[in-house]
Design a binder for this molecule. Structure first.
Ligand SMILES: NC(=O)c1ccc[n+]([C@@H]2O[C@H](COP(=O)([O-])OP(=O)(O)OC[C@H]3O[C@@H](n4cnc5c(N)ncnc54)[C@H](O)[C@@H]3O)[C@@H](O)[C@H]2O)c1
Length: 364
């Protein structure tokens, strides 16, 4: 609970995506963003002016020491998610950490364990759950309309969409991987959440970089992650999931997202519209021998933003979604996909070590 008023004192680290966190907290009347931190002083000043935040820090650890915060968002390049999350938890804060949770499962496990020991919350910003269509579909699946889910396919492809080409997103030591760890995590989480987070057991994965590596060579930029990843996953309940993620692929669409679930009594799809960031959702089932298609028509009541949901959960002492354990499961899956791609053979989830995965990461 708030340390000095009836409002939760929030701080945000990293003012790229972090600006969205500020606006999300500002939408809750019992949350106040009191401070921002970013190592780039110019970017920090511009964000603070734009968002009306008086206190600014170029060292997030100083912010944690001085500001007596209740809630901290970590929205930096992936490499810093673990150290900053640990520091914020140890300072007594609840943490909303950006996706991917960490660089690998070992880091994610340490973060989850630290949160548990500190008795603080750790939520992962799997923001694609927080769309009206995803939220409504979760309710439909929970009602049992699909029966048993035995197969799913979840994809996010871009024709040419390499974020900040030559910057940190394409550097393994800062990002941990390419589109799989960047875009793939959202679609993997969405599929797993709708499937009830079954336990992954076996993974067969492949990673490729033909388009980006050629571009990097021609433009003299650094890029050492994949530009496309695919995987097939088997779960302990026998179900399977197909995953595809790319920043560069020779396809018609600028941006293509789709998650499909196949169940014994029904199926569903959630996909983006017009190659953009609006969505539609449909359900397919049978009634009295007839094949029935249903379309969800938003607005669907009850879909908060991730930030609003986190604040509400803290204030009401209710569980939040997108937990550290779920973030850890996604990281275990990613480690196994990268390790399988490197080994060229199926990998048992849990047997994958990041070192093995990274050192021998797949080429064609
Ligand atoms: N949930 C989503 O939909 C979504 C969307 C975009 C990005 N993200 C995630 O947000 C994170 C940040 O991505 P971005 O697009 O904002 O990147 P960005 O490069 O635009 O911004 C990152 C900011 O962090 C700052 N920074 C770097 N190291 C720091 C440190 N040690 N301490 C404090 N500040 C530091 C940088 O100066 C920069 O201003 C990534 O993990 C990314 O995957 C999530």
């Amino acid at each position: 609970m708030a340390k000095s008023s009836d409002k939760l004192r929030c701080g945000v680290i990293g003012v790229g995506m972090g600006k969205g966190h500020v606006k999300g907290y500002q939408s809750h009347k019992r949350a106040e963003v009191v401070a921002l931190a970013d190592v780039d002083p110019n970017r920090l000043k511009a964000a603070a002016t734009e968002l009306g935040i008086a206190r600014q820090y170029t060292d997030p650890l100083v912010m944690l020491r001085k500001e007596n915060l209740d809630v901290v968002s970590v929205a930096t390049p992936n490499k810093f998610h673990k150290p900053l999350t640990l520091a914020a938890l140890e300072a007594g804060c609840h943490v909303l950490c950006e996706k991917p949770m960490a660089m690998n499962a070992a880091e994610a496990r340490e973060m989850a364990d630290t949160a548990e020991k500190a008795k603080r919350r750790l939520m992962i910003n799997f923001s694609y759950r927080f769309t009206e269509q995803s939220w409504a579909l979760k309710g439909q699946v929970a009602s049992g309309i699909l029966g048993d889910i035995y197969f799913a396919r979840t994809i996010w492809h871009r024709r040419r969409g390499l974020p900040g080409f030559g910057g940190w997103f394409g550097k393994k030591d800062l990002a941990g991987g390419g589109p799989l760890i960047d875009l793939g995590v959202h679609r993997i989480d969405l599929a797993l959440w709708l499937m009830g987070y079954p336990r992954p057991v076996w993974v067969m994965g492949g990673t490729y970089d033909p388009i980006a590596s050629e571009l990097a060579r021609k433009q003299g930029r650094e890029f050492d992650v994949e530009d496309l990843a695919v995987a097939m996953v088997r779960f302990d309940n026998g179900a399977m999931l197909e995953i595809e993620a790319s920043w560069a692929a020779n396809i018609a669409e600028r941006e293509m997202m789709e998650t499909r679930l196949f169940g014994t009594r029904g199926g569903l799809v959630q996909r983006n519209l017009n190659e953009g960031y609006a969505y539609e959702a449909e359900l397919y089932t049978e009634r009295e021998g007839c094949q029935f298609d249903m379309k969800l028509h938003p607005p669907v009541p009850g879909c908060p933003s991730a930030y609003y949901h986190f604040i509400e959960s803290i204030l009401n002492n209710t569980p939040h979604v997108a937990t550290a354990q779920e973030g850890l499961t996604v990281m275990e899956l990613l480690d196994a996909i990268y390790a399988s791609a490197a080994a060229g053979e199926p990998i048992h989830v849990g047997a994958a070590t990041p070192a093995a995965g990274r050192a021998r990461r797949g080429k064609r």
